[in-house]
Write a protein that binds this ligand. Structure first.
Ligand SMILES: [Zn+2]
Length: 464
């Protein structure tokens, strides 16, 4: 590995939660994944999905490494030795994850894990097996408001959000005569019929990859190109299930809206920070979810989700306590960036709950949004908050942010402390409870979507 990789390792770890001693007097540490190769095999006859992961990680100290995985493990080896995985709570009980049952010394280590995909992910079961003829749909759906996070670890071994690492998915479908298509936001090549390699950009974190497989003849695709303000030609894929298109979903409307949104976002925040745009267009009853240069969304949430390609999946939150920033930005944009002379209606703690927490506070959609609208007013003599966000988008592109870093950046633009405002509305030690009659964050939340809805959309009624 090159020297620059090493310096990256220590940068990622500077955003990791604190090490701690657990009840078994073991020192639990957080590590830096350097690369992960995931071999996925979907056997359509046996209806099994297996993953063999080969993870290279760096540790800056001795201890028992924490990793994240929510599917059943069939084998695990650390540096060639059989070990186990144990459940572990954070010291404040705000999060749970796994630790390896063997400690490591500082340096590089190889972790091999085999797991099945049998359990529900962040949005229900990830795989739908179909017969006559044998085929499957698979979506690694994610959620930032799912308890304990619902990112890649819902399907395969992964790390906390602070970690940027190279990922390769090596995918194989066996025992199917049906042609399948793959939809991803990585560099994808087909190596044989039913086989693909996907290389995701090195800046991706556990929340960034979009991965979707399905029978080719059950999807409709619309391809186009967006001319970015920086001269790049950015390919845009809008697709949906043929069943949904037959029920009236118009891919063309998604495409046109995407072009207009991308044009606005580039004017406000600079060139689109990804090399492609992939939009899985879903039905009207649904919310949306953001990925890096990709989204699964209904038309009404498309602007919100593409906004997240700048804020959330280019600048990635270090943890759940930084998640409010991108939800507040996207929600402020959803109401067209108003300026509020008054601060939010209630105090909140969405930015200082726990360094171990992976879930974004739902207050981000209401209190967080109104907080930014108020900051826009406070900064009115300097052109408001939008120029700050444009500078932020460029300066922090493809890197991690914490709530405190965001505060510092806004303060440096303002030229004075904003500590009182942040203490009251972002880090409050005495947050005001949600009151009836107030706008309901869940109702507003464009990410709110039931697993049933997602599957309704993907899987034709005849198969249910
Ligand atoms: Zn959002």
């Amino acid at each position: 590995m090159s020297h620059s990789d090493d310096s990256n390792d220590s940068l990622d770890l500077s955003y990791a939660p604190p090490k701690f001693i657990n009840n078994s007097r073991q020192r639990v540490i957080f590590v830096d994944f350097i690369s992960a190769i995931y071999e996925l095999v979907f056997d359509v006859n046996l209806q099994t999905a297996t993953v063999n992961s080969n993870i290279l990680f760096f540790s800056d100290s001795n201890g028992f490494p924490a990793i994240s995985l929510k599917q059943p493990v069939t084998s695990i080896q650390l540096d060639g030795e059989e070990i186990g995985l144990e459940d572990q709570d954070s010291p404040d009980k705000e999060a749970s994850f796994k630790i390896l049952t063997k400690s490591v010394q500082p340096g590089r280590h190889e972790l091999k894990i085999a797991n099945l995909i049998t359990e529900e992910g962040a949005r229900g079961l990830p795989i739908q097996w179909l017969s006559a003829p044998n085929r499957l749909h698979c979506i690694f759906g994610m959620s930032d408001i799912h308890r304990d996070g619902g990112f890649l670890e819902a399907y395969m071994p992964s790390n906390y959000e602070y970690d940027h690492f190279r990922m390769r998915f090596s995918v194989k479908i066996i025992n199917s005569t049906v042609e399948h298509s793959i939809f991803t936001n990585g560099a994808t090549i087909s190596t044989a019929a039913g086989e693909w390699n996907i290389d995701y950009p090195a800046f991706y974190t556990t929340s960034c990859p979009w991965f979707h497989l399905g029978p080719s003849d059950e999807y409709d695709l619309l391809q186009s190109e967006f001319a970015s303000s920086d001269g790049r030609t950015i390919p845009i894929l809008v697709y949906s299930t043929s069943a949904q298109v037959q029920r009236g979903l118009e891919l063309e409307r998604f495409k046109e809206h995407a072009f207009s949104v991308l044009g606005e976002l580039e004017l406000d925040f600079g060139p689109f920070p990804h090399d492609s745009v992939t939009i899985f267009a879903t039905g009207i009853g649904q919310g949306g979810m953001e990925y890096a240069g990709a989204t699964a969304t209904r038309l009404g949430s498309l602007r919100h989700e593409l906004d997240h390609s700048y804020f959330a999946r280019s600048i990635t939150p270090a943890n759940g306590d930084a998640g409010w920033i991108d939800e507040a930005i996207a929600s402020w944009g959803d109401i067209d960036y108003p300026s509020f002379a008054s601060p939010p209606l209630r105090m909140s703690n969405m930015g200082q709950r726990s360094a171990y927490k992976r879930t974004t506070s739902r207050d981000a959609y209401t209190v967080g949004r109104d907080f930014l609208a108020h900051l826009d007013f406070v900064l009115r003599d300097r052109g408001g908050l939008r120029p700050v966000l444009a500078d932020y988008a460029a300066r922090k592109q493809h890197s991690t942010v914490t709530a405190r870093e965001f505060q510092t950046l806004v303060e440096s633009f303002y030229g004075a402390s904003l500590e009182d405002l942040f203490n009251k509305y972002i880090y409050s030690e005495t947050p005001t409870p949600f009151e009836a009659g107030e706008e309901d964050a869940d109702a507003l939340n464009p990410h709110h979507i039931s697993p049933e809805e997602l599957f309704d959309d993907v899987f034709p009624a005849i198969d249910k």
